[in-house]
Design a protein around this ligand. Structure first.
Ligand SMILES: [Mg+2]
Length: 271
């Protein structure tokens, strides 16, 4: 089926988080040290980071008691390591620290991003950037990238793809309920929670507005659980843009639904 709608993640998909997040990470660690009343947290951070990376299915972003994202980029790693370094802080404190320091994030587009975005807008598909990040921040970055067709790009910020829906919220919504609550993937020691309610709402609003369907939709992202698990189960085509931190279960999860994995440019092969 012809692709008519493209849903593009932003951080890590269009940008290089490894570069962008350095200022954030410095600020986040300094904030932790200051809350703990110590000069720095470097040693504790390194120790816990090693433990987290050695057992990634045991660590990650936890929301409402469920682990909803693996530690596969510097932001997600900070959400996993921070609370281990400072267990005496409550969730609200670490979340505030995260938000306070997100403003130190820099802008580092991948080399091929402009070319790929221009190819997508030129292909006549509806291009929708759906991101957990703040709309204003992402919009300013897109302005700076200044691709041809910029005005046609629709932006959906604060998507909160990490939120798992409570069962009542989508009661009676057949498309949503066709998605299993969890999926298990060989070699990954915990369930993947597939029913991301707010992400679904964003996708559904795109389909209603554009009169297109999941089967006509290509979703491009860099974190399988946040960006691609739900769309793949809804019948979308998916493309995972890997980083050196991408885990094998993410490649397996994407491949299980016929998705592809490779540099951003290779997503164009779906058109
Ligand atoms: Mg991302």
């Amino acid at each position: 089926m012809t692709i008519r709608t493209v849903v593009l993640d932003f951080d890590g998909t269009c940008t290089d988080v490894e570069i962008e997040a350095q200022g954030f990470l410095r600020g986040y660690k300094a904030g932790l040290a200051s809350l703990l009343g110590v000069p720095d947290v470097d040693d504790a951070w390194s120790t816990w980071e090693r433990k987290v990376l050695a057992a990634p299915s045991d660590h990650g972003m936890v929301i409402g008691g469920r682990m909803v994202a693996p530690p596969v980029d510097l932001y997600l790693l900070a959400t996993a390591v921070g609370p281990l370094v400072a267990p005496q802080l409550d969730d609200a404190e670490t979340e505030r620290l995260f938000k306070e320091n997100y403003r130190f994030t820099e802008t580092a587009f991948k080399e091929e991003t402009k070319e790929v975005v221009e190819a997508l807008t030129a292909a006549g598909v509806g291009l929708h950037v759906v991101t957990n990040s703040d709309s204003g921040t992402v919009s300013a970055k897109l302005d700076r990238l200044a691709p041809a067709g910029r005005d046609g790009i629709r932006l959906h910020g604060n998507a909160r793809k990490f939120i798992v829906a409570d069962p009542d919220r989508h009661a009676g919504h057949a498309r949503f309920l066709s998605v299993p609550e969890t999926v298990s993937i060989d070699g990954w020691q915990r369930p993947v929670y597939a029913r991301r309610g707010l992400y679904f709402d964003a996708l559904q609003s795109i389909w209603e507005e554009t009169d297109t369907a999941p089967a006509e939709t290509l979703v491009i992202g860099d974190v399988y659980e946040l960006d691609l698990a739900l769309p793949a189960l809804l019948g979308c085509k998916t493309h995972l843009v890997p980083s050196p931190r991408t885990l094998d279960y993410e490649r397996a999860g994407v491949a299980a639904h016929g998705g592809t994995c490779g540099p951003l440019r290779e997503a164009l092969g779906h058109l």
